[in-house]
Design a protein around this ligand. Structure first.
Ligand SMILES: N[C@@H](CCC(=O)N[C@@H](CS)C(=O)NCC(=O)O)C(=O)O
Length: 143
């Protein structure tokens, strides 16, 4: 059975969605972010040296990186579902959007979360440089 190490409010949500979409049997181990620092608990380091989520274990395999996990689950359990045939233009689009969502869009969302987190804790003049950086770099990423 798959064991899924899930951190709240994180990109491991996409793995959870895929496990459900494929109707796979899995055990979920939940990790809660520290409400003040938003960091993952130390216990996550037992499965990932940097204490990051998501991670899955499937028999002898332990795998991190949400993109790698998505590709693994699609290959191992998808039975052709949710993925166009290799070598087709649709497959290239699939690969493009998979990486876009994980690298570009997640980065964009993360920066906005950081600004929101800072906004709740600092005077506006203190976060203005950070906010400006986020807005400018987001515009770059979304081009
Ligand atoms: N590139 C990795 C990123 C993993 C990652 O940074 N996960 C974040 C949640 S989105 C995390 O575990 N943060 C907790 C921490 O840094 O304390 C992936 O796509 O899985």
């Amino acid at each position: 059975m798959i064991t899924f190490h899930h951190l709240n409010n994180s990109r491991s949500q996409r793995v959870l969605w895929l496990l459900e979409e494929f109707g796979l049997l899995y055990e979920i181990k939940r990790y809660e972010r520290d409400p003040e620092t938003m960091l993952a608990p130390e216990s996550l380091r037992a499965v990932h040296p940097l204490g990051k989520s998501p991670v899955i274990t499937d028999r002898a395999l332990t795998l991190a990186e949400s993109g790698a996990i998505v590709e693994y689950l699609v290959d191992r359990y998808g039975e052709g579902r949710l993925v166009p045939a290799p070598g087709t233009p649709e497959r290239l689009q699939y690969t493009y959007w998979l990486h876009y969502a994980i690298v570009i869009y997640s980065g964009y969302r993360l920066k906005h979360s950081v600004v929101a987190w800072l906004s709740a804790r600092a005077d506006s003049w203190q976060i203005l440089p950070c906010y400006t950086f986020v807005r400018l770099s987001s515009a770059y990423f979304l081009v």
